[in-house]
Design a protein around this ligand. Structure first.
Ligand code: ADP
Ligand code: MG
Length: 365
């Protein structure tokens, strides 16, 4: 463990996990309704604040149903619409999908383009080869390097997709879609809309630390912790304004271990190998699909490139934690991050984002 990480262990020891997630309670707690679902390989918790139980229960049930449907429709590895589309692409023809999936794929193509191919949901075959898509971590030997090279050289990209209305085709049969890098964000956004349509004014949707909020928790904002990738605890917390989201891509939860080395569940599409240098990226934004995709893209971008990729994707508030335990934050994130200790705040380095002069034209397809 690096000295920084060790120091953090000492700091966090004794810190209660009250920070882990949740609202800071108001002086006179109002009614809170909780519902939990197991979706997208994680527990999704919906908390509704300040509504009658019946209203909250009905709204949460409808949001939960939608999440179950999206989980089925957008799952690359179980029978469903996305699986059918992957089979069609591999066979060299197209398939007509529903409006929601078509919209998500178009957005995925745009975000992949903006990230310079670092966020690349078309690399499903590589993800399958590494086995990181499964709900339980893979075990055993590493994939055959030749197969990794083969899949990488076929260079499947979201920009290979073509749309004719809701009919999707690919000019590259190696495209296999795995939406795990941004499906959670898109799904929580849709589920949040269901709650709002049901008249819910204050709620939080939390998928294992990826969080969307509606309104506030009484007089205060919803406060959400960012987990420490090295020890059981938090590096800090952010108070989310109504409509804000906080998404974290962490390589500490899902990985597989082989001969003492850890292999992350995020794959660098350019090498075909899991990312190594960055262990956690958090993005604070207003668009959950963007925040989720950007957190994945910046993990791939690595220590040198993440500021430029963040700027290209249009996210401004970012926290990056590297394998040594060092913290880097953009000024916008630093202004919002309440670190768990002064000494941790002192180790945090501020990284301004570059100006993007010529953004790639990602609307052109
Ligand atoms: P988490 O699952 O912790 O929220 P991410 O949002 O980063 O983390 O999603 C990781 C998932 O994204 C992987 O399990 C895989 O399905 C998919 N994935 C892996 N590498 C990439 C990549 N380079 N681009 C897009 N999706 C990826
Ligand atoms: Mg993501």
């Amino acid at each position: 463990m690096s000295p920084l990480a060790l120091r953090r262990l000492i700091i966090v020891a004794g810190l209660s996990l009250a920070l882990a997630f949740g609202a800071v309670r108001a002086a006179q707690p109002e009614r809170e309704y909780h519902e939990t679902f197991y979706i997208f390989g994680t527990l999704v918790e919906i908390v509704i604040y300040g509504e009658e139980d019946d209203t909250a229960r009905a709204a949460a049930a409808e949001a939960g149903q939608l999440l179950q449907t999206l989980h089925r429709d957008w799952h690359a590895w179980r029978p469903g619409r996305l699986g059918d589309l992957n089979a069609a692409i591999a066979a060299g023809h197209g398939l007509t999908v529903d409006t929601r999936l078509a919209a998500l794929l178009r957005e995925g193509r745009r975000l992949s383009c903006l990230s310079g191919g670092r966020f690349e949901p078309a690399i499903g075959a590589l993800i399958g080869l590494w086995g990181v898509h499964a709900d339980t971590p893979p075990e055993g030997a590493l994939p055959d390097p030749q197969r990794i090279t083969d899949l990488r050289t076929k260079a499947p990209r979201m920009t290979d997709l073509r749309f004719d209305g809701e009919t999707v085709t690919s000019v590259n049969p190696a495209v296999q879609l795995d939406l795990g890098g941004f499906a959670k964000g898109a799904a929580l956004a849709l589920a949040g809309s269901v709650l709002e349509a049901r008249g819910i004014r204050n709620a939080v949707l939390n998928a294992g630390g990826d969080v969307n909020v509606i309104g506030r928790h009484g007089a205060r904002p919803w406060r959400v912790a960012i987990r420490d990738p090295f020890v059981w605890g938090a590096v800090g917390a952010v108070s989310l304004e109504p409509g804000e989201v906080l998404y974290t891509s962490g390589n500490y939860e899902r990985f597989f271990e082989h001969e003492g080395a850890r292999y992350a569940h995020i794959i660098d599409p350019r090498s075909g190998w899991p990312v190594r240098k960055i262990v956690s990226v958090s993005v604070l934004a207003r668009d959950a699909t963007l925040a989720d995709a950007a957190a994945t893209a910046l993990s791939v971008a690595g220590p040198g490139d993440w500021p430029q990729v963040a700027a290209a994707m249009g996210v401004t508030a970012v926290l990056v934690i590297d394998g040594e335990g060092a913290l880097y934050a953009t000024p916008q994130m630093r202004a919002r991050l309440e670190t768990v200790s002064e000494s941790l705040a002192e180790t945090l380095r501020e990284v301004p984002l570059p100006q993007i002069s010529a953004a790639p034209d990602c609307e052109r397809f």
